[in-house]
Design a protein around this ligand. Sequence first.
Ligand code: ATP
Length: 287
Amino acid sequence: MRLRAPAKINLTLDITGVREDGYHLISSVMQQVSLYDTVELRLNTEGSIRISSNVRYIPCDGRNICWKAAERYFQAAGLTGVGADIYIRKIIPTSAGLAGGSSDGAAVMLGLEQLTHALGPRLAEISGSVGADLPFCIKGGTCLCEGIGDILTPVFRSRSNKIHIAVAKNTRGLSTPAIYSLYDSKRREPPVPDTATNTERLVRALERGDIQAVCGCMRNALEEVSAAEKPEIMQLKREMLSLGAINAMMSGSGPSVFGIFPDEDSAKYCVRALKSRGMTAYHAYFL
Ligand code: ATP
């Protein structure tokens, strides 16, 4: 079985609190985009999980999110003596705020479900125990993600306009836990009070397919913290804006940046220009 594992971007990322166990509570409108890894999956009867990949920089053992996802699936479904051979063709930049690893893990769980039908509606809940972004990657599309990212409300998005983006990275990856703890150490103000209003505005803009209004609502509470670590993030934002983006912002905890463009040609023009400057850059659109 071959599955596509799409990246996500955060159109908003507000931090609304911290749970007693230290996990951050968020309010984030997440959007899947057409930048994919490919996951190939085959059941085996040896009961072992084996992972291989086209790249050397991701772990292919128990540290891989696909490994954890398969193990958790078999355990929750009570399947013994069954294993999985998994091949990951990696395209999505890692440690970039694009949830590439979570999306690969979600693809494994979705694939195992299609092959065995063992979990049914429990799949979404079980996936959350592998990683906070997995429930969204399982659900897909556009969602308001709250709690630690596990409480999902699907958002209707008008398909009248295809929304084109450029997504790029000009510096090495950032660790999500490290950025959250820097956020904690630097934050002096309480969380911004207009989270609900801005989210509501964004949801309405997505419903209408109003790209300008969507761009007016973009914000990310972690951007300042990540940019203090990697000033290249702000440089990349400026480059995207000067190359025609309506708005540009860091995704997740960074350091990848996405820009929303008025049309496909301008997004592709930006990607070509960034690549010619030596960056990793892709054209994609909202799924
Ligand atoms: P998020 O947006 O959810 O914070 P991210 O894009 O910042 O995610 P990932 O690319 O998912 O980060 O990878 C984070 C870490 O997970 C890396 O240290 C990487 O080595 C490890 N990892 C484990 N499995 C995978 C996988 N299948 N693909 C990519 N990275 C993986």
